[in-house]
Write a new protein. Structure first.
Length: 116
């Protein structure tokens, strides 16, 4: 059960603020490392695609709720990248993730078509 912290100078409030900053610093370091590598961008693109981030979630039945929940995870990851790296660096990273996936798809399409 969460308790509201009334005094912003209390030990609990200071701890919470300190821990949140440490977590934010670690998030930034981790995200920067992941988006710097092709493998990191690849797995992020796969996770975002699995979330259905860029697809319609409406089915006309109860499955819509499931798809919307999954899509929300993709939105949260995208927002974490943008909030942590800042708008400019975050957008560049997201664009690099998309570009790597598109380049991979084009390469695989060319290889496949040469086999036919």
């Amino acid at each position: 059960m969460k308790h509201a912290i009334i005094d912003p100078n209390s030990r609990d409030a200071r701890w919470q603020k300190y821990f949140q900053q440490c977590q934010k610093d670690k998030d930034k370091d981790a995200i920067q490392k992941v988006v710097k590598t092709e493998e990191g961008r690849w797995i992020l693109s796969r996770i975002l695609n699995m979330s259905g981030l860029n697809t319609s979630s409406y089915t006309g039945n109860a499955e819509t709720y499931f798809r919307e929940g999954r899509r929300e995870v993709g939105i949260e990851i995208t927002n974490l990248i943008l909030d942590t790296l800042g708008l400019e660096e975050g957008h560049k990273s997201l664009q690099a993730i998309d570009k790597d996936f598109i380049d991979f798809k084009i390469r695989q399409n060319r290889i496949f078509n040469k086999e036919d």
